[in-house]
Write a new protein. Sequence first.
Length: 227
Amino acid sequence: MLQPLNFLKSISDKSVPVLDLDIPLRRYTPINLSVNNVELEQVSLSDPEQCQAYIDRILQIENAVVAYGGYLEKRNLYADNPNFSSGVKSLRNIHLGIDFWSMAGTKVIVPADGTVHSFKNNAVKGDYGPTIVLKHEVKEFHFHSLYGHLSIESLEDLYKGKKLERGAVLGTLGTAEINVNYAPHLHFQLIIDMEDKNGDYPGVCSDEDLEFYTKNCPDPNLLLHMP
C-alpha cells in the first residue's frame, strides 16, 4: 500500500497547473513572503495595495505573470488581524498551502479528478472569501484540495458531489474586495482529513500545532511538481 506522500507524488510525473492553462510554466516565479525576507521590512503585506505593489515588482523583475510559494512559510501577513492570535503561544502565522499570486479573473484549474466536497463564502476579513473544497479518490487513497480567494461567480452552479475532471475550470480569482482584503491570489491547500469542516479549513497554524497540520496538510507541491 502506498503511503500518502508517495501516493501524491505518483498521481502525475509532470507539473500540474492550477491556474489558466494558457500561462506557460516559464512565466511562473517563486516568491518569498516569509519573516526572513528583509525586503518586506518596509512593506505592510496586510495592506492589499502594498502587497500588490511588491508582487508586481517581483513579477516585473522576473518577467512573470504568476508568483507562487509559501508552504510552511512563517509570515507577518497576519500580524494585524486578531483572528490569528489569542496570545503569544497560539499566534497563527505558519502558512499551510501554496499561494499563487496573479491577476483577478485568472482561471483556476482542477489539478486532479474529483468531486465537490463543499463550498462557502467565508466573508470575514482575513479569511478565504469564496472557497471551494474538492474530494479526490484514487484507488485506496483519498484527500481533499481547498481553493480560497475565488470570485463570487465561482460558487455558482455548484452542488455537493458534482464531478470535475482534471483540467476543468473551477472558477476565477477574486478581487481584493471579494477575497476579504488580500491582493488577488489562489490559496491552494491539500487536506487529508477535513475534520467535519465544510467549505473552510485552517490555512495558517501556530508553532504548537505544526506537527499535526504538517501531517494533515501535506506539501501541495507533491502533487503539483512546480519547478
